[in-house]
Design a binder for this molecule. Structure first.
Ligand SMILES: *[C@@H]1O[C@H](CO)[C@@H](O)[C@H](O)[C@H]1NC(C)=O
Ligand SMILES: *[C@@H]1O[C@H](CO)[C@@H](O)[C@H](O)[C@H]1NC(C)=O
Length: 364
C-alpha cells in the first residue's frame, strides 16, 4: 500500500511543528498578489510639463487620493490603470495612497513596492494610517466590511497630505474612470471656488434621505441638524468626492465628522459605517457634480443577486459600491454585464495552476 503510507507521512508532516516552521519561513511576498506591469502612458502635446522629480507641491498637479490594502489592491490597481489610460496628461497626476501602518495587511512597503512595479513612472506617496485614530470611534454596524478603519481615512486626508495640497479627488478602490480625470478636477475646482463649499460630489436628491438614519435619530430631533443648510439635504456617495483641503483644515471638519462618530457610539443614529457621518456634516452643503462622475451601486446588494445596470446618461466613472465586486464575480465565473467593463483594467495575474498540478502528480 505505497499510496496510503505516503499520505500518512504527508499528514504527519503537515500536522507537525516542522510544517508550520517551514510555512512561517515563506517570505510574505510569496503570498502577495502578482500584477502585470501597466502599459506606459505619455503626456499629450498640450500638457504642461513638470520636472521629473517634482514634489507633491508642484502647483500643476492633479491630486488623487485612494486607500491601499491587500484586500482591495486589485481594485486600486485597476482604478489607477483606468485613470492613466483615459487622461490626456498622465504625468501631471499625483497619487496619494493611504495604507494601514503595520496591521493585518503587513508592511506598507510591500503595497508601495507593488504599486511601483506595476506603474514604474507613477508619481505617488504612501501615507501610513494609524488605525487607533478611529478604532475607538467605530461602532459595530450591520456590515462588517464597512468597519475597516481605512474606510474612515478620507476624513483624515487633510491631516495626512502635505499642507501645500489644497484640493484632492478622493476615490474608492472599486471604481474605474473612463474619462479624463482632469475634467472632474477642473469642473470641481470651478464649482468649489464659486460656492465656497468644502466638498463637491454628485448628489442624489431622489434617494430617500430619511432611511440613512435610525428612527431614534429623527425622533430625537435629527431634522434640526440640517436646518439652516444652504440647500435641501440629499444623499451623496462618499466614494467619489473632491475636497477643498484648505477649507477642510480651516473649518476643522475632521473633528466634526469624529463628533458624529462619537454620538453614534452612544446611541445608534445610523446603520451604515463611514457614510452617515459625512452626510451629517455635509448634506445640503455639497456642491453637486454631474452624475456621470459616480455611476454607483454596480456591486448590487449581494454577491450573487441581480446584476445592476448602468444608470441612463453619460458615464465617466463606474463604481461597484455594494457587496458584489467585479473581480470576485469574474473569478467565480458568473460576472454581471457591467463587470465586463471593469475587466479590461484588471492587471492581476492569476496564480498559475503549476502548484496544483505538481500536487496532483504526486498521488499516483
Ligand atoms: C423614506 O423612508 C422612511 C424610513 O424608512 C419611510 O418611513 C418613508 O415612508 C420613506 N419615504 C418615501 C417617500 O418613500
Ligand atoms: C441577493 O439579492 C437578490 C436580489 O436582490 C435576492 O433575491 C437574493 O435572495 C439575495 N441572495 C442572498 C444570498 O442574500
Amino acid at each position: 500500500m505505497p499510496s496510503s503510507s505516503f499520505f500518512f507521512l504527508l499528514l504527519l508532516f503537515y500536522a507537525s511543528p516542522v510544517a508550520s516552521f517551514f510555512s512561517g519561513l515563506l517570505p510574505a511576498a510569496a503570498d502577495a498578489p502578482r500584477f502585470a506591469e501597466s502599459p506606459h502612458f505619455r503626456n499629450g502635446d498640450d500638457c504642461s510639463s513638470s520636472a521629473a522629480d517634482a514634489s507633491a507641491c508642484d502647483p500643476s498637479f492633479i491630486h488623487i487620493a485612494m486607500t491601499l490594502d491587500s484586500h482591495y489592491l486589485r481594485g486600486s490597481v485597476a482604478a489607477v490603470h483606468s485613470i492613466l489610460k483615459h487622461t490626456s496628461c498622465p504625468d501631471s497626476l499625483f497619487f496619494h495612497f493611504v495604507a494601514v501602518a503595520g496591521g493585518r495587511d503587513g508592511p506598507l512597503d510591500l503595497l508601495a513596492s507593488t504599486v511601483r512595479s506595476v506603474f514604474p513612472s507613477l508619481r505617488f506617496d504612501v501615507y501610513p494610517f494609524r488605525e487607533e485614530l478611529v478604532s475607538g470611534l467605530i461602532s459595530s454596524s450591520v456590515r462588517q466590511a464597512l468597519e475597516n478603519p481605512l474606510n474612515y481615512a478620507r476624513a483624515y486626508l487633510a491631516d495626512l497630505l502635505e499642507p501645500c495640497v489644497y484640493r484632492v479627488i478622493y476615490l474608492d478602490s472599486d471604481v474605474v474612470v473612463v474619462d479624463d480625470v482632469r475634467r472632474l478636477w477642473d469642473d470641481a475646482a470651478a464649482r468649489l471656488a464659486s460656492a465656497a463649499a468644502v466638498v463637491a460630489a454628485p448628489e442624489y436628491c431622489h434617494a430617500n434621505f430619511t432611511r440613512y438614519f435610525t428612527p431614534t435619530f429623527w425622533a430625537d430631533g435629527g431634522a434640526r441638524v440640517f436646518a439652516g443648510r444652504r440647500r435641501r439635504p440629499c444623499y451623496f456617495n462618499t466614494g467619489v468626492m473632491v475636497m477643498d483641503l484648505r477649507r477642510w483644515r480651516a473649518g476643522g471638519y475632521r473633528r466634526r465628522v469624529e463628533r458624529w462618530m462619537g454620538v453614534q457610539r452612544e446611541r445608534r443614529i445610523y446603520e451604515l459605517g463611514s457614510l452617515p457621518p459625512f452626510l451629517l456634516v455635509f448634506a445640503g452643503e455639497v456642491e453637486g457634480l454631474d452624475h456621470r462622475w459616480n455611476q454607483h451601486g454596480l456591486g448590487g446588494d449581494n454577491l450573487t443577486g441581480e446584476c445592476r445596470r448602468l444608470h441612463p446618461g453619460p458615464v465617466s466613472l463606474m463604481h461597484w459600491s455594494g457587496k458584489g465586486k467585479p473581480w470576485d464575480r469574474l473569478d467565480a465565473g458568473n460576472p454581471c454585464p457591467v463587470d465586463n467593463l471593469w475587466e479590461p483594467y484588471d492587471l492581476y495575474i492569476r496564480p498559475s495552476s503549476g502548484a496544483d498540478a505538481s500536487i496532483l502528480s504526486w498521488s499516483w
